[in-house]
Design a protein around this ligand. Structure first.
Ligand code: NAD
Length: 260
């Protein structure tokens, strides 16, 4: 199995969603292409995989650029000969309402969170199809179905959900399954680096039915399942990995920090 993970680094020490998925794919025996716009952050993931005797390598690329996406796919084929799994993990946050959002920030969020997933899929699908199929997983967010003060982010992740089901329909006949993971508020380096008080963190944990905080590993295990042969009859699904946050009333999370 060969997997491409976008955003396979983490912007601060620790384990983010892309890093966790990459490490778990490698533990399951996949050869993993680690893509990040900051090579140093992907190199750290590479070191963690190498420490466990897994197989991986890094491509520094910006997945908002079509030519970079083509280069990623070319490198995957050159290094490993095939592509079985595309884990579209790159995403950035975006606060505010339509009244106060900065217009350039709006465009950037759509580019990074939506266009990048379309571009990666566009270049990967012909290779997957030529091998008889594969699995694509897009990392969305429960913000897509449960908005709270992050309208640009919510809109972008709503588009990711729509892209996921549209791609599942378009490419099923090629043997390609397409699903999305909707993580709840997991505590990743990306979230930590944006700053969060212990009280905010505790409120965030309490906002889930289970009353505990999620981690990137929780999201990573969902990625392993969706990409595995055990999920061979699962496509077009939007899987919440959120400790039940999406089943609580909106009022319960008022005061929760408005970050992803
Ligand atoms: N952390 C959460 O609570 C949470 C909740 C729901 C969804 N998510 C989603 O999970 C995904 C990962 O989140 P995270 O918090 O682990 O992220 P993170 O910020 O820690 O890591 C993302 C990585 O993506 C890379 N990256 C960013 N833009 C890129 C680009 N254009 N090209 C290539 N690489 C790029 C960064 O350099 C970074 O290494 C995102 O899609 C995010 O929206 C996170």
């Amino acid at each position: 199995m060969v997997a491409i993970v976008t955003g396979a680094g983490s912007r601060a020490p620790g384990v983010g969603n892309g890093r966790a998925a990459a490490i778990l794919f490698a533990r399951e025996g996949a050869r993993v292409l680690l893509v990040d716009s900051v090579a140093e952050w992907a190199d750290q993931t590479l070191g963690m995989i190498a420490d466990e005797h897994g197989e991986a390598s890094v491509v520094e690329a910006d997945v908002t650029r079509a030519q970079d996406c083509q280069r990623i796919v070319d490198e995957a084929v050159r290094r490993y000969g095939r592509i079985d799994i595309l884990h579209n993990n790159v995403g950035i946050g975006g606060n505010g309402s339509v009244v106060d959002i900065d217009l350039e920030a709006w465009d950037q969020i759509m580019q990074v969170n939506v266009k990048s997933m379309m571009l990666m899929a566009r270049h990967v699908i012909p290779v997957m199809a030529a091998n008889g199929g594969g699995a694509i997983t897009n990392v969305s967010s429960i913000s897509s179905i449960r908005p709270r003060g992050l309208t640009p982010y919510t809109t972008s992740k709503g588009a990711v959900n729509a892209l996921t089901i549209a791609m599942a329909v378009d490419h099923a006949a090629q043997g390609i399954r397409v699903n999305a993971i909707l993580p709840g508020p997991v505590y990743t380096p990306g979230v930590a680096s944006a700053g969060m008080t212990p009280e905010q963190r505790a409120t965030r944990a309490r906002s889930s039915l289970l009353g505990t905080e999620g981690t990137a590993w929780d999201v990573g295990w969902a990625a392993v399942y969706l990409a595995s042969p055990e999920a061979r009859w699962v496509t077009g699904q939007l899987l919440c990995v959120d400790g039940g946050v999406s089943l609580t009333s909106a009022a319960r999370s008022v005061g929760d920090e408005p970050r992803r």
